[in-house]
Write a new protein. Sequence first.
Length: 113
Amino acid sequence: MPTVSLDTVYRTLWMLDRLGLIAAIGPRRGSVRFDAKIERHHHYVCVRCGSMRDFESPALDALRIPASAKGFGTIIAAQVEVRGVCDRCAKEKPERQAPTTPEPPRERRRRTT
């Protein structure tokens, strides 16, 4: 729909996220994705093409949140993100492969003194 602005699209997506009808994946700034599957699941992300696939794992669902993470604040949910090179990218000739995407920078803590 060319007459709908991106602002309207994103405001609608964030409203659906607040209502629990979809879930935001990733940090709320920069590049964010939305996931219509709100049941518990995990993600496989290709570091070359950026494709993302869902998978389920009872073993990962059973992981306990470490006490060190609980010290950051209230935990609402947890999911595992697995990174690698997807089969399609692995089959491409090396000269056609995009460079591996570096890990996103870690947030720096501000000192409050």
